[in-house]
Ligand binder design. Sequence first.
Ligand code: SF4
Length: 268
Amino acid sequence: MNNTKQAIKDYELMLLNGARYSGNSQNNKKIFSASMLGSDLLQAYYKYKYGYTEDTKFEANTFGSIYQLGVDKAIENSDMFSLQYKSALRHEVKLPNGWTISGEMDQIDTKNKVIIDNKVTTSTTIDSIRKEGKNHNYGLQLAVYKWLLYDYQKNVLNQEPDEYKTMLAIIDKKHSLFSKKIKYDMLTFVEINTYSLEEIELMLVNKTNELQQYIDLNEEPPMCENLFWYGQKGSRKPMKCLHYCDFSHHCKYYKNSEKDTLNILMDL
Ligand code: SF4
């Protein structure tokens, strides 16, 4: 018997399963993933304390993962390029302070020596990436990949390492040919001139040390800073908490309900 309601549920579940987070999801593990360098310390603290919970509905993260899976398949299908790109290379390096830095690089262009990270976002975010460059959280994530790839070449491949360039391959999800305000191509590339290997390592050591201090004291770091406030005065919403945070159900600023969250945050 036809059952479109079940078909919808199955389809969404299939997408969520296929796009599942591939990093460490357990709690109490001293694993610091590449995206944590540019994210707020409070989110890193929650990830350590509670682990990572899988998405239960199609969100921005799922969209990004599906783009990544599509690129992987496109490379696999391309006789011309299948050897040039290496997809989803995961590598880990343990720091002397006990934290393991971990990351999975979306694509590595081994011919042109460029690490490419795929993102799905809007032109507003592309503006801020271009403005903030290496200090944008996507830029800092790429910095960690550069540092990890250098170590991988040296200590796993046992070869003279190359210092790779870093770049974002961004899909503008709001792109429309009907819009008069088109700013960027639907697929836009932004090169990030990132930090030196020494500077990246120092940032990783400092941030993991800072996180460890909060863990040792069993004390939560301060509230996240840029919450992407959106909307008119009086009804503004912290979009980061509502749509881009995997730890909101643990967060005291997001306690009990969405309504309370808004009240708590808007009092600040
Ligand atoms: S709910 Fe908001 S303040 Fe709390 S951890 Fe998430 S982004 Fe930060």
